[in-house]
Ligand binder design. Structure first.
Ligand code: 6GU
Length: 230
């Protein structure tokens, strides 16, 4: 899978996408992530990437010209399945969307900045608008990193069996059960006996029961989805 990210702040994105599982996915050739500086596509003599907004309301808008040029350039090289725009007024991102996007071959993520982009670009060039939560970020870069991370780890072969995405929280609308490591007793608190029993069936049943209980208590909204899908 190939992800092209277009941003006015490439520096923010280089680090978060280059470590751990994301690094390994790229080293193994399972994912390619390219970061493009929007400024490189500006035909303005000062390489401007913003412009004034029409109508009332202060604040700059991302200029149309560099966005159009960047997207057209990428689309002339290969076909893209989605051209995503990160924006706080986009559709809320969730595991279901991550699963869908992980099946795509090529996607573009345009990081929103300033007051956003021209409505006509949204209506013509963008195929999907995504927000990562109900709070405001300075720009779409961190959102793009979140989206890319959640997608890449789902690509077959990226995770080993033990860390398989199938056991992730949210994949079945359940939070993870509590986990424990050594020592078996810490500050007087013991690891539940069942986990030391070596009985795989009992351990699986306990984990499931704990996952259900934690979800019911901590995320009643998710618990309803879990009941609906069962
Ligand atoms: Cl995608 N962008 C910005 N600027 N803020 C956000 C967001 C995106 N998602 C949640 N907050």
């Amino acid at each position: 899978m190939r992800i092209d990210i277009i941003t006015v702040l490439p520096e923010i994105l280089e680090n978060p996408l280059n470590y751990s599982i994301l690094r390994r996915a790229q080293d193994k050739g399972l994912a390619e992530i390219y970061i493009h500086n929007l400024r490189d596509f500006s035909e303005d003599k000062h390489k401007k990437v913003d412009d004034y907004s029409f109508g009332k309301g202060a604040g700059m808008v991302m200029a149309i010209q560099p966005i159009e040029k960047a997207i057209n350039f990428l689309c002339s090289q290969r076909e893209y399945d989605e051209i995503i725009f990160t924006t706080p007024d986009g559709k809320l991102f969730d595991q279901k969307e991550a699963n869908l996007l992980s099946l795509k071959k090529n996607i573009i993520i345009l990081c929103g900045h300033y007051k956003g982009i021209d409505q006509r670009i949204r209506e013509t060039l963008i195929t999907k608008e995504i927000s990562i939560g109900d709070y405001v970020l300075t720009g779409g870069e961190l959102a793009a990193a979140v989206i890319a991370d959640s997608i890449v780890r789902l690509i077959p072969g990226v995770l080993s069996d033990e860390t398989s995405a199938l056991t992730d929280s949210f994949q079945d609308h359940l939070l993870s059960p509590p986990i424990y490591t050594r020592p078996s007793e810490y500050k007087g608190m013991k690891v539940p006996d069942v986990l030391l029993s070596g009985n795989e069936k009992l351990v699986d049943d306990w984990n499931h029961e704990q996952a259900v209980e934690r979800t019911k208590k901590l995320r009643p909204d998710l618990y309803r989805k879990y009941l609906d899908e069962d």
